[in-house]
Design a protein around this ligand. Structure first.
Ligand SMILES: Nc1ncnc2c1ncn2[C@@H]1O[C@H](COP(=O)(O)OP(=O)(O)OP(=O)(O)O)[C@@H](O)[C@H]1O
Length: 548
């Protein structure tokens, strides 16, 4: 079963006995909620606010999965929602009322063909977590092997189909009165949401996603992905290995469990950037209920476990490369190139003149991008963009809806765990490292655009900036930079690096003679940034500790 807006609309219109009572229920519930918020929303009494938050949670939970999903998105935004409301909304992630246990056992039996008692050594009589679409049991398959068995809530297809039609119709009617300028219709967002939700309730797809995600991170010890038990999984049941860890819901809980919130955020952001810019395949629902801090082999927390692979999305190779370039162009204040990136990504229509838009970008973004990359804040950049969209022909292509959801969720989480944390501070060194080392031709093109000017002269300041962010982001530059340097040399000497070698040579030759001044500048830069003597002695110590 897939989502089809028009077909589902006709399906519901032909069933007024389903549509009318539901419509009335949603309308009355929403009106009651709005009235209560108008009366009590600004009341300073903490008890009143707590009651209001509980009421909000119960209302959303009562409205069902479609509304819970929308509420979950809000639950990750401490910058948009009052803390006291947020505390309750967080419960939408995995602490909703469960459905009947016996019904869950029946669904398991029907889907898997055997009862839980025939399969598991131990199966509890209560679920451990109940989320929007399913409830999860912690069961023991054998000896020490614990698994998470997720059983889908009953009648989900019917409920989601009915509510999506109603939400879509209401949004189309209300859209003209809302102060939104997204560059696309609310109906498009809801269609995108509907397509994803229908994919999410197919647990066989979720099992495929989990395995694909696991294979991408197989060599990365800081990311854990549960193993899928295929024989115990079907369309409405999915069984995976149990992840033992601490949910990264709030700072205090992490600290009281001996976990450094910043270390966890660092792993989360690095893996998020990797998913987006390297693999082009990403977890679109990284809310804290789906993320665990896990103790690594060295006993130190900093490792991250992901669960819930229902909402995943792809990013095409070309979007991935363009986004990578856009980050560098933004930071290097290359507004013409940035406008070109926006055009390529579809944020600007083909007929827009980038020459007129580049100065606009400069005016709006210039003020947030000061010399220091570390002080860049993604939220300020996105806020500035929202302003831009009102006055200029920017639009967000719907294929970016899930990326935005993922980034927004991730940023919300980062702000919550460490208010000082800046996502770009971690994302940019990753981008810089890839540019300096990757053999991908398009990335090499981007690198050349950055470090050579129109006359093919090397731009030492830009190169220094790239090297600088990589070095500053390394906890132990002398050791961590060795592989980066090795990969850079490999890239430069590879067949794909021929163009960059040519440009480098041309830039070092002036009037048929070696440009000694430039060579000196490069040598100075290398010694200034890399301290080759220190690096080589550390390298020798590393490979031969006795030498130390
Ligand atoms: N492998 C696992 N190990 C430990 N806990 C798990 C595992 N899988 C799921 N859980 C717990 O069960 C909760 C609900 O699972 P999951 O997020 O997959 O359900 P969902 O209905 O798809 O939820 P959502 O509303 O986030 O889409 C998780 O938040 C987590 O607490």
């Amino acid at each position: 079963m897939t989502y089809k807006a028009n077909r589902d609309f006709i399906w519901l219109i032909l069933r007024p006995w389903i549509m009318i009572p539901r419509l009335i229920h949603i309308a009355l519930t929403t009106i009651k909620l709005i009235i209560r918020f108008l009366i009590e929303g600004n009341n300073d009494d903490i008890e009143v606010q707590k009651d209001l938050a509980k009421y909000l949670l119960n209302t959303i939970a009562d409205l069902g999965p479609c509304f819970i999903k929308l509420g979950q998105a809000l639950s990750t935004r401490p910058d948009l929602v009052k803390q006291v409301w947020l505390d309750e909304l967080t419960r939408l992630q995995d602490d909703l009322p469960p459905f009947d246990h016996h019904q869950a056992l029946d669904i398991f039996h029907k889907e898997i063909g055997k009862t839980v008692y025939e399969i598991f050594e131990y199966f509890p009589d209560k679920s451990i977590a109940s989320a929007s679409l399913g409830q999860v049991y912690k069961a023991r398959l054998n000896k020490n092997y614990w698994v998470a068995v997720k059983i889908q809530r009953p009648d989900l297809i019917f409920i989601i189909r009915r509510d999506l039609v109603i939400i879509r119709a209401i949004s189309i009617l209300l859209a003209p009165f809302l102060p939104l300028n997204l560059g696309f219709g609310l109906d498009e967002i809801i269609d995108e949401f509907g397509i994803t939700l229908f994919k999410e309730i197919d647990y066989e797809k979720e099992a495929d996603n989990a395995e694909k995600f696991a294979s991408l991170f197989r060599n990365n010890k800081s990311v854990t992905v549960p193993r899928v038990e295929r024989l115990l999984s079907a369309r409405k049941v999915i069984t995976t290995s149990w992840i033992e860890g601490t949910k990264i819901k709030n700072r205090e809980v992490l600290i009281s469990n001996g976990i450094d919130p910043t270390a966890i955020i660092r792993t989360a952001v690095t893996s998020g950037v990797q998913q987006l810019l390297e693999y082009g395949y990403f977890h679109a629902d990284p809310h804290p209920g789906n993320l665990f801090a896990i103790k690594g082999n060295n006993g130190i927390y900093g490792n991250l476990g992901y669960v819930d692979f229902g909402m995943m999305d792809n990013l095409s190779d070309s979007d991935r490369i363009t986004l990578t370039g856009a980050i560098v162009h933004l930071i290097n204040k290359e507004y013409l190139l940035l406008a070109t990136d926006f055009k390529k990504l579809g944020f600007l229509s083909e007929n827009e003149n980038i020459n007129t838009l580049a100065p606009v970008l400069e005016e709006v973004l210039g003020s947030v991008i000061n010399k220091d990359v570390n002080s860049l804040n993604l939220k300020t950049v996105t806020d500035k963009f929202s302003d831009l969209m009102f006055d200029y022909p920017f639009r967000v292509p719907s294929r970016f809806a899930l990326i935005i959801r993922a980034v927004v969720s991730q940023e919300g989480l980062a702000i919550k765990l460490d208010p000082e944390f800046q996502i770009l501070k971690f994302a940019y060194p990753y981008v810089a490292k890839r540019l300096l080392t990757d053999e991908n031709e398009e990335l090499i093109e981007i690198l050349m655009d950055i470090i050579f000017d129109k006359n093919n002269n090397i731009r030492i300041d830009r190169l220094e900036n790239l090297l600088g962010v990589v070095i500053d982001s390394s906890s132990n530059p002398s050791i961590e930079l060795l592989p980066v340097a090795g990969n850079s040399i490999r890239m430069l000497t590879s067949s794909k690096g021929s163009e960059i070698r040519k440009k480098l040579l041309m830039s070092l030759v002036k009037d048929d003679e070696l440009n000694t001044a430039r060579i000196k500048e490069i040598i100075k830069l290398i010694t200034r940034k890399l301290d080759p003597i220190d690096i080589s002695s550390k390298f020798i110590n590393k490979i031969n500790p006795l030498h130390a």
